[in-house]
Design a protein around this ligand. Structure first.
Ligand SMILES: C[S@@+](CC[C@H](N)C(=O)[O-])C[C@H]1O[C@@H](n2cnc3c(N)ncnc32)[C@H](O)[C@@H]1O
Ligand code: SF4
Length: 377
């Protein structure tokens, strides 16, 4: 079991909490996040889950949080009162960033206003695409119109920090279709954009369709061209490319997600949630019954944990830190093996040194995973 109390020491920051809500109206074909459809888990299940989640939070010392992130799944599927009851369990800084992931089909203007009222001050809308045909292929339950309406309703409700999630390199996507998506992004003007290329995850419906030849990934060169286009277009309309897949208006970087990339401690609660706390990485139980049993016994519902050794800590610092494109990482002289690797990557123009910090170049972040492998080898 983790010695969590040490985290309260003066020199250790632990001001972030991730809260996992593993329910969705319907599973999307490409998604392998831990979540269950309404067919599998109903309102009663959600009620039981929230009750247990609150008990799990009580198993941690009363920490003061500066960022709170409700992720999923689809947290916006919960009733506002349920979200409120979770928030009431937490001690939250006055200026904290409190994010809730929202699926366009799961909120209307009234619910968004209520969410704003209970203290949610940032929402992340899972748009994925503004193309109805693509949304259908992805297995989304909303249309382009509903996505746009949700975004506008969020603004009307007083949200001044709105992020949208998009996926590119979807089956058969063309550059023209991507440009149309980016045009709509420009019109809506969100404060933050997360845009990932489609990942073909093992065990998903998409993987089955790939195996039986009914879907196929787009060409690698086209995917790279799309990524370059996204960077160019979003920069042109005022976004900072601050992380490999994340863009924001100045000062609207995700404070919570930046903590992951800065490799600082955070608590993770909920089914299957991960956390990094006091030098230990842990992952919660992924089975509801196991999760509930532990909580009933007043044990943290942890499935596995691991003390992060010095080598892994350093590599995590490099790999995660390099993702923050404008910050970069410092490589100390005594870390000779890594310094040599960084110098080699610098010669090859994948990274650049500026003010004693190494940062990925455009050449580098286009092949970021290969760069990370070189550092870890
Ligand atoms: C856990 S989901 C939460 C958002 C909300 N459930 C929704 O989809 O509207 C977070 C984001 O992960 C991204 N995502 C999930 N599976 C992905 C995949 N296989 N490839 C790329 N992005 C993916 C989507 O952009 C999604 O919005
Ligand atoms: S992408 Fe979002 S809505 Fe779709 S299954 Fe995954 S978590 Fe649920």
């Amino acid at each position: 079991m983790i010695g969590v109390k040490k985290c309260l020491g003066d020199d250790l920051m632990c001001d972030a909490i991730y809260i996992h809500i593993p329910f969705c109206i319907k599973k999307c074909g490409y998604c392998d996040f831990l979540s269950f459809s309404c067919e599998e888990k109903d309102a009663e299940d959600r009620k039981k889950y929230v009750k247990n989640l609150i008990e799990e939070i009580k198993l941690y010392p009363k920490l003061r949080y500066n960022t709170v992130y409700f992720g999923g799944g689809t947290p916006s599927l919960l009733e506002v009162n349920q979200i409120k009851s979770i928030l009431e369990e937490l001690t939250i800084d006055e200026n904290a960033e409190i994010t809730l992931e929202v699926n366009p089909q799961s909120v209307d203007l009234k619910k968004l206003k209520e969410l704003r009222k209970i203290g949610i001050n940032r929402i992340s809308i899972g748009v994925q695409s503004f193309n109805d045909e693509k949304l259908k292929v992805l297995g989304r339950i909303h249309t382009k119109e509903i996505a746009i309406e949700t975004y506008k309703n969020a603004r009307k409700s007083g949200f001044t920090n709105i992020s949208i999630d998009l996926i590119f390199a979807t089956p058969n996507q063309t550059i023209e279709e991507l440009k149309k998506d980016l045009d709509i992004v420009g019109e809506l003007d969100p404060d933050h954009i997360s845009i990932y290329s489609l990942i073909w995850e093992e065990g998903t419906e998409f993987m089955k369709l790939l195996d039986n030849g009914r879907l196929k990934p787009i060409d690698n060169h086209l995917e790279a061209e799309m990524y370059e286009l996204i960077i160019e277009r979003l920069k042109k309309i005022g976004y900072t490319h601050y992380e490999i897949s994340n863009f924001s208006k100045p000062k609207y970087e995700s404070k919570h997600n930046s903590k992951y990339w800065e490799n600082v401690d955070y608590i993770g609660v909920g089914l299957g949630a991960s956390g990094y706390y006091n030098g230990v990485r842990y992952k919660n139980n992924v089975e509801f019954e196991e999760y509930y049993k532990d909580i009933e016994n007043k044990n943290k519902p942890i499935l596995e944990d691991e003390i992060v050794n010095e080598k892994d800590k350093l590599e995590n610092y490099y790999i995660l830190g390099l993702r923050l494109l404008n910050k970069g990482v410092e490589v100390k002289l005594e870390d000779k093996v890594y310094l040599e690797k960084f110098k080699k990557l610098e010669l090859e123009k994948y990274i650049v040194e500026e003010n004693n910090k190494y940062k990925l170049t455009q050449k580098g972040f286009l092949v970021a995973n290969d760069v990370f492998v070189e550092i870890m080898e």
